[in-house]
Structures are given as structure tokens and as C-alpha cells.
Write a protein that binds this ligand. Structure first.
Ligand code: SF4
Length: 279
């Protein structure tokens, strides 16, 4: 039986650190790196992947879905995806991967997929293999690498964090519904054209009776009003101050001084993200 080793990159911190770890620890393992491109990613993601590719010294395969977001949006009656109906992940992230490995799996090749679940995260359901020849491995978890270790791996490799971490806590689509309110405000400021595009999608969805807006309980047109923006920013500052005060001081974890956006909102990182898109 022949074997392929594959490692999916999301453009986020954990999968990049896993790639660095595997490159450094198992330099001879012929790992194929891949990125499933929804076509709606931040420009910073492509920039980061370009730098990562240079570090790894191997090409990253870009897997494009055969049909784009607009196609699937129509298929789903113009209803926006949401945490409960995450058709976007299925159609734009998982299907391209399945298509990429399908013929090899069916012809008996063993595929080992390395997934970036950290040691400080609970095991995730939904990560089971969907084919007897597909094996899933969690090297960060197996080797006790937590969030601090991941940051350390990226810093010491010279890659650092993707630049969007300055204003947003996750990779994935510009309009991802997992974003917190403050991240929508920052998206409008940082990439106004992406915010406008999300507004157009939302307007069409609402006209077609979609029960979901991108952000909980308000449309982007409401969220972008100056008074509302001020409220969101003040609320975030209060949350941030509370989260910082709550955090126990740990000199051994000095490189983890920043409170992440989800932490400030009191949302567990695990429930506020998607393993495929945001790792
Ligand atoms: S990043 Fe968000 S919107 Fe994009 S596919 Fe993933 S869950 Fe869906």
C-alpha cells in the first residue's frame, strides 16, 4: 500500500505552526501541503501562505472548489450560511479536499492527514475519518504543543503571525459569520470593499427570506451606523479590560499577553470557530 501525507493549511496560526513543526521534526517526510481556497479569503492570507511556502521549501497546492460561493448561495435559496447551516464549509472546503484524494483512496492508497488540534484544546468531534484508508493524526496534541508553543514555533521560525491577527482573530472568508461584532467594525475599516460585498450578499439574502444576518440580531447596515460602531467599540474595550483583569499572571507564558477577541467576548475559541477554516 502506498502512502500520501497531507497537511491542510487554513491561512491561520495553528495549521501554519503544525507545518513548521512537521518540517523541522520530520524533514524527510514527503508532506503535501494544501489550501482550500473559497475565493473569499483575505489578501493577508495569500501573503502569509506565500511566506510559509518559502519557509517550507515545498509548493502549497491551492484546491479550488469546482463551483464558487455565488453558485452555492443560489443553490441554498440565497440563505446565508450560519453556524447551524454551515453549507459553505461543506461545499467550499471539504468537497475540494475529498475530490483531491478520492481516486487515491479508492485505489487503495493510504492517506495520512495531519490536523492542527492543539494540546490545550478538547478533542473535536467531526474529525473522524470518512474512509478506511484515510487516517487522521494530531501531532500538536500528541506532542503536548499548546497555544504558547504554537506562537513560539511561528516566532522562532521567523514567520511570525499572519498580519490580520492585528485586527481579526481568524482566517477564512472575509464575511465569516463566526466574526465578533468588533471584527466586523474592523473589517469595514481595513477592507471596506469586502464589507460592502458582505452587505450586498446579506441584502439579497434578506430579500429572499433568509432568517440569518451575518452578525447576530442585526444587519451590517445597522451595525455600520456611527453610533452603533461607537457602542461596539466601547463595549469591546470594557470586555477586554475585564478579560485582562481575569487572566492569571504566568511568567512562563509571557508570549501570550494578548487577550484574543473571542476570549474578550467570553466565547470559547472552540465554539466560535471552525476546525477546517480557522486553524
Ligand atoms: S470561513 Fe466561515 S464563511 Fe468561510 S467557509 Fe469557513 S465557516 Fe464558512
Amino acid at each position: 500500500m502506498s502512502t500520501r501525507h497531507v497537511l491542510g493549511l487554513s491561512g491561520g496560526r495553528d495549521s501554519a505552526a503544525l507545518a513548521v513543526y512537521m518540517r523541522q521534526t520530520y524533514p524527510d517526510l514527503p508532506i503535501e501541503y494544501f489550501f482550500t481556497d473559497t475565493g473569499k479569503e483575505l489578501p493577508e492570507v495569500y501573503e502569509f501562505l506565500g511566506r510559509l511556502e518559502g519557509f517550507l521549501g515545498r509548493p502549497i497546492a491551492y484546491l479550488n472548489p469546482d463551483r464558487d460561493f455565488d453558485f452555492w448561495l443560489k443553490e441554498y435559496g440565497n440563505f446565508l450560511p450560519s453556524p447551524r447551516t454551515r453549507w459553505c464549509t461543506r461545499q467550499l472546503k471539504l468537497r475540494p479536499f475529498e475530490k483531491w484524494v478520492k481516486s487515491d483512496l479508492e485505489s487503495g492508497t493510504e492517506i495520512i492527514s495531519y490536523v492542527a488540534i492543539r494540546a490545550d484544546e478538547p478533542a473535536r468531534t467531526g474529525m473522524q475519518s470518512t474512509h478506511p484508508n484515510l487516517k487522521i493524526k494530531f501531532p500538536l496534541q500528541e506532542h503536548g504543543l499548546d497555544k504558547a508553543a504554537v506562537v513560539e514555533l511561528l516566532e522562532s521560525s521567523g514567520l511570525g503571525l499572519p498580519t490580520y491577527y492585528d485586527w481579526r482573530s481568524r482566517s477564512g472568508c472575509t464575511f465569516c459569520f463566526y466574526q465578533q461584532k468588533i471584527e466586523w467594525v474592523r473589517l469595514k475599516r481595513t477592507h471596506p470593499e469586502a464589507f460592502e460585498e458582505a452587505k450586498v450578499y446579506e441584502k439579497t439574502a434578506l430579500e429572499h427570506g433568509s432568517p440569518f444576518t451575518w452578525s447576530d440580531r442585526e444587519s451590517l447596515s445597522e451595525l455600520e451606523q456611527p453610533e452603533r460602531v461607537k457602542q461596539i467599540e466601547e463595549d469591546y474595550e470594557r470586555r477586554l479590560a475585564r478579560a485582562k483583569a481575569r487572566r492569571p499572571k504566568n511568567p512562563l507564558r509571557a508570549n501570550l499577553t494578548d487577550v484574543e477577541v473571542d476570549e474578550a467576548y467570553g466565547t470559547a475559541e472552540v465554539s466560535a470557530s471552525c476546525i477546517v477554516c480557522h486553524k
